[in-house]
Design a protein around this ligand. Structure first.
Ligand code: NAP
Length: 255
């Protein structure tokens, strides 16, 4: 039997077929999940609708997570249509270009606010709202990166945002556990996506991982998708508050 038969999962953060959220949606759909996908705004609607057409019964909804009104409107619309969720995937991050292009010490107050708001706070907001649509309990998942705990060249304020995101995973897991809701993160190895292109010298990071990771390869998005399907399923029912590395072992390396 497919792992996620009769499960409904909201996936936030597909912008194109290279998005990690796309690989995750594909794995969830393969395992039988019904999907709801969100897109940030009108500019992304058509592409995300095309992506969604490949998944049986998938529906799409707008939601800019920087707006409390849009987050509330999304979950109110889902509730009004009688949607109950078993899972949520938050695969969203943003930092201003200049804060990834210059020294970390030059991070502006506004750059810090935007990165932390969109990349970390938004998970708390959508987790709270999604929990209200999970009467049977469920699984919440977000995406993080090793730059939260090590200094990764040019990752800068995004590393600080990911540290806040990982701490939020633990606090949310403690709050929501009594309701049968698990909260976890996948720390993915570097993958060439639209967001990753914003990080200067990203190709050199990929080269280093390919040469040094214990499994001697870069992360295949499908590996992230399969781990997400596991975390969304009952196979992971005893796991919450965890950061699971899907990076071909790169995080264990010292100098
Ligand atoms: P991606 O395809 O560019 O996905 C990032 C998503 O965030 C896009 O769908 C983007 O939408 C969305 N987003 C940004 N601001 C938003 C807002 N205000 N409201 C709603 N959506 C918003 O890149 P990705 O690499 O797959 O990133 C997905 C997640 O994986 C991120 O959390 C990222 O940090 C994490 N991650 C990536 C890597 C990697 O190497 N690629 C490694 C580890 C972790 P728009 O494009 O429409 O703005």
């Amino acid at each position: 039997m497919p792992l996620l038969e009769n499960r409904t999962v909201l996936v936030m953060g597909v912008v194109n077929r290279w998005s990690l959220a796309h690989a995750i949606a594909a794995a969830l759909a393969r395992e039988g999940a019904r999907l709801h996908l969100t897109y940030q705004g009108e500019r992304q609607r058509e592409t995300v609708e095309q992506v969604a057409a490949a998944f049986p019964q998938a529906r799409t909804w707008p939601c800019d997570v920087a707006s409390d009104e849009q987050v509330q409107a999304l979950f109110a619309r889902l509730a009004s249509e009688g949607v109950e969720l078993d899972g949520l995937v938050h695969s969203i991050a943003f930092a201003q270009r200049e804060d990834l292009d210059r020294a970390f010490e030059l991070t502006s107050r506004e750059g810090f606010r935007v990165a932390l708001d969109v990349s970390a706070y938004s998970f708390i907001a959508v987790a709270h709202a999604a929990a209200g649509l999970m009467p049977r309990g469920g699984s919440l998942l977000t995406l993080t990166y090793l730059g939260s705990e090590r200094v990764v060249r040019n990752y800068n304020v995004m590393g600080v945002a990911k540290a806040a995101l990982e701490a939020s995973v633990r606090y949310l897991a403690a709050d929501l556990g009594p309701r049968g809701i698990r909260v976890n993160a996948i720390s993915a190895g570097p993958v060439k996506t639209a967001s990753a292109r914003g990080i200067r010298d990203f190709t050199s990071i990929l080269d280093q991982v390919a040469q040094r990771a214990p499994l001697r390869r870069i992360t295949d998005p499908a590996e992230v998708g399969d781990a997400a399907a596991f975390l969304a399923s009952d196979l992971s029912r005893g796991i919450t508050g965890e950061v699971l590395y899907v990076d071909n072992g790169y995080h264990i390396l010292g100098v």
